[in-house]
Design a protein around this ligand. Sequence first.
Ligand SMILES: [Zn+2]
Length: 114
Amino acid sequence: MSFLDDVKKFGKNLTDKGKDIVEITKLNSQISSEKENIKGIYLKIGEQVYQEFKNGTESPYAELCGQIAEIEAKIQELSDKVLELKNALKCPSCGAEVTKENAFCPKCGTKLGE
Ligand SMILES: [Zn+2]
């Protein structure tokens, strides 16, 4: 094999390597996006399990669901603090944020106040 052939072969290998790198990057990004799809399904499974737990269905994941319930309660508490600081409250009917001065909910018309 001549020197020139060697150079050509070397060049071809470089081009192939470049193509490979592009292909690898493409495949890896496909793998990542498929993994994201799985995560989305995991999330749906989790939400379904938690919903069933909240509906009173016996669940083997009761302990974890209980943790979510605790966190939800904490979020509720924090949200209430935010509302209080904003001098606002939530419509008991539709959940819209309304000011304490409103006698009726501007969204659904529910009578507000104690
Ligand atoms: Zn409302």
